[in-house]
Design a protein around this ligand. Sequence first.
Ligand code: FPP
Length: 289
Amino acid sequence: MVSRTKDLENLDEEALGAMIDPQNLPRHVAIIMDGNGRWAAQKNLPRIAGHRRGIQSVREIVTFSRELGIETLTLFAFSNENWQRPSTEISQLMMLLERYLKQELKTMMKNEIRFRTVGQIERLPASVVRMIRSVEEKTEQNKKMTLILALSYGGRAEVVDAVRRIMEEFQKEKISIKDIDEELFSRYLYTQEVPDPDLMIRTSGEVRISNFLLWQLAYTELYFTKTFWPDFRRKDFLQALLDYQGRERRFGLVGEQASNSGSMQNASSPGSSGKRFLEDLNGGEEREF
Ligand code: FPP
């Protein structure tokens, strides 16, 4: 795999958008939104300023994903490890989260976005849990996109929770040992109802998974960018999508087998369909690039 990032760096949003192949978008994109604190520190601002600015990126990427037709977007907003941060930062993050959900409900309804969460939600403050449940309920019937926030989330904890629940079912004789396979196991994860991510993006230059969707990322394409999350906007997202579209996904097969089975989804080079797609996004206007 050769990364296309270098070639895409100097192109603007219009040019990048024109290159996107709408037939070859990831169905599910997962993002580790990292670098809020460093973004703030670079500007001599308090960490909370980075988180506030990070919410602007969240809004932009959620809306853009919906415009593009991505089915599921999962954002890592608060990890199990984040509980160890200073209590003032935790309460500021919780306040921002509650406010975000309150403000975004209207946009989610307008854009037919279903809201879900993964993680140990019961550990969050009661008012945040109430807000989450209310937004989940109100958006339940929305069909155009699913937005998942990973909150109080850890991949290992998710696997352990799944084992615990499987053992409970076993004790009640609802499942037997021979029933346990990968498909069954997946159904006990928090993400049971969505396909595994096709693309995982991490911002800020860190090249780690950091306990995010450990099971689900088995065959996911990984994309790392140095851009801090508060600076990550439509152009950066398009760069990640184009990099993904330049990759060959083989799922453990050899190239020929994968293309015959239809699983080599991302080998096509974006062409005129991308241009038409961008025109559609721009309200059908004829545009020159
Ligand atoms: C990582 O930056 C980011 C987080 C721990 C939280 C992400 C939260 C937001 C983008 C805002 C709230 C989100 C929603 C959806 C309302 P960091 O603080 O670890 O940055 P650093 O590594 O540079 O210190």
